[in-house]
Design a binder for this molecule. Sequence first.
Ligand SMILES: C[S@@+](CC[C@H](N)C(=O)[O-])C[C@H]1O[C@@H](n2cnc3c(N)ncnc32)[C@H](O)[C@@H]1O
Length: 287
Amino acid sequence: MKRALALTTAALLGAAAVFLPLSGPWTGWVRVAGYTLLAWAATWPAHRFTWGRAAVTVLIVWALHIWRLGNPAAAVAEAWWALLATLIGPVLAYFTTARGYDPHFDLVVPWVYGHLSRRDGGPPPRTLLRLAAVEATHRVLDVGGGAGRIARYLEHARQVALVDPSPFMLAEARKRARLRPVRAFAERLPFPAGAFDRVIIVDALHHMRDQQAALREAWRVLRPGGRLVLEEPNPAHPVGRAIAIGERLLGMPSRFHTPESLAARFPKAQTHIHKDAWRAWIVMTKP
Ligand SMILES: C[S@@+](CC[C@H](N)C(=O)[O-])C[C@H]1O[C@@H](n2cnc3c(N)ncnc32)[C@H](O)[C@@H]1O
């Protein structure tokens, strides 16, 4: 209902801005705004950049407008405004759609993580690898695995699936042949119960919208006897607190928890907490 209202309002405002008889220095910008609103409405809700529908909509409205003006000379000037709107509309639609995850992971972050995921980027995650103890026979799931920065160290396992909702992060992970990247949310994992011997969530839980559902799902897809490893900054440590403040300043909706409070959510698990200077690993074995 809300969506229908938003789309109808955008379409009406857009059409008004394009078709109203205007003159004066602001006319061009009003037309751009109108075409953009129409391109936005044609594309929304978009979970990827889709210019096709925006282009067709803007082209039809542009042609109608030129026909109504009865002035072919105006067509070229109008075409520039329409083209600009066709480019902007779908991008706006993408970033104003409720995607259920932090949009930062579609911006500069994939580029940074893409670099870290290449052979020479960043030191190996030794503590995590030791605690996860992944063997060649294991099926492993990396939840919120992003660009594959961690999963690339687990490629000796029988199968390594990586789940992430950001297409931009996944595009990096797809470059690694041994990984199986899946576009999905941690809160609704597309795997049957007990499908994995190891599940890891590294530096991602605090970004998830419904952390309780994400943990429940990670536990569900783990087989009995399997191991879940969470790695998170420790907010009880000054560096962990600084990370939390930094992410808030960047506008990220992150929520951090102490390792003890995370472990307490799994009363039936055999739990082990490991800490270094500012990070914590919570290792849980499913009974
Ligand atoms: C800081 S990155 C960490 C990526 C990877 N684990 C690593 O350590 O390199 C956090 C990742 O969590 C993902 N993420 C955010 N919300 C998520 C959700 N609801 N389900 C799954 N992944 C999510 C983001 O898209 C992003 O790729």
